[in-house]
Design a protein. Sequence first.
Length: 326
Amino acid sequence: MNYIVFDLEWNQPYSNDISFMKRTKMPIRGEIIQIGAVKLNEQLDIVDTFTVYIKPKFLTSMHKHVKKLTGITQNELNMGVPFVLAYNNFKLWCGDDYMLLSWGVDDILMLRENLLLHTMKSVDYHQWADIQVLYSYERHGIVKQFSLASAVKDLGVTNDKLSAHNALHDAIFTAHVCQKIDLNRALMHYDVVRKEAPNPFLYPPGLIFFMYENFLEKKRIVYDRKGRISFCPYCQHRLESTNPERMQGDYYLSIGICPKHGEFAIQLKVGKYTNSSGESRFYLTKVLSHSTDEIIKLYTEKSALNREKERRYQERRRLQLEQKKG
Ligand SMILES: [Zn+2]
């Protein structure tokens, strides 16, 4: 078996622009513009490298921040190949027996989103491992988010010919990290360690996407009827849904049940955008996917945590009021 260490660069929409999500009909964060990868054999020798530039289908002009970070020009973007062709070539290069590796969860999330966008077969949970988690655990005995740059420095990896934020160069850096931490040994307890880290495979691919616009206020958007009422993607039966619980930041989750088709995860996200008149408004996105035991467990844990937070908040308020009175 070979190890395929990969890294991606992607183009992104401007933060106040929701047209990308409207056109793709997905709550997608970006479009891949470069795949860089390194093939390691079981002895962790670098045996081959791969790189390809991709011409985006939706985000055809470079975001100025991405351009600055990656150095990829509009011209290079225009010369790229379509994603489907690029990814098929990449798969061919990977061979038949391999495991994918990347630094942190961002790249694998982006890859899964782009595969879904192009209705291509996704990667599954056991085909991929997070080098950030393996590095963190091997070197520091904990699961924490270290940057690739800090790991490279910590392990004394030097290569003057390489620059950061080039997909191939970052893949080479990550491959050197694999060599230094003795990947084969590190992978032996990965199944236990990965449970402590965020799981980019938590949600199965979305079945339906909805987007609601033009909210004036952010507060309580997730409790709006549009967010609360959902229908089964298979039989249109109205789902019996739990309260949306905040997972983190502007992300919320509720669980909906169809008597015939079972449990669905209802992911909600609130965001801000600028409308055509230049005014700030808020939107709500909703994605339905199948639910899993892991999602139900997370929802239950978060509900308990959120109730505890609310209880403490009420308690503090009560004390403050009493102090004022006294
Ligand atoms: Zn149903």
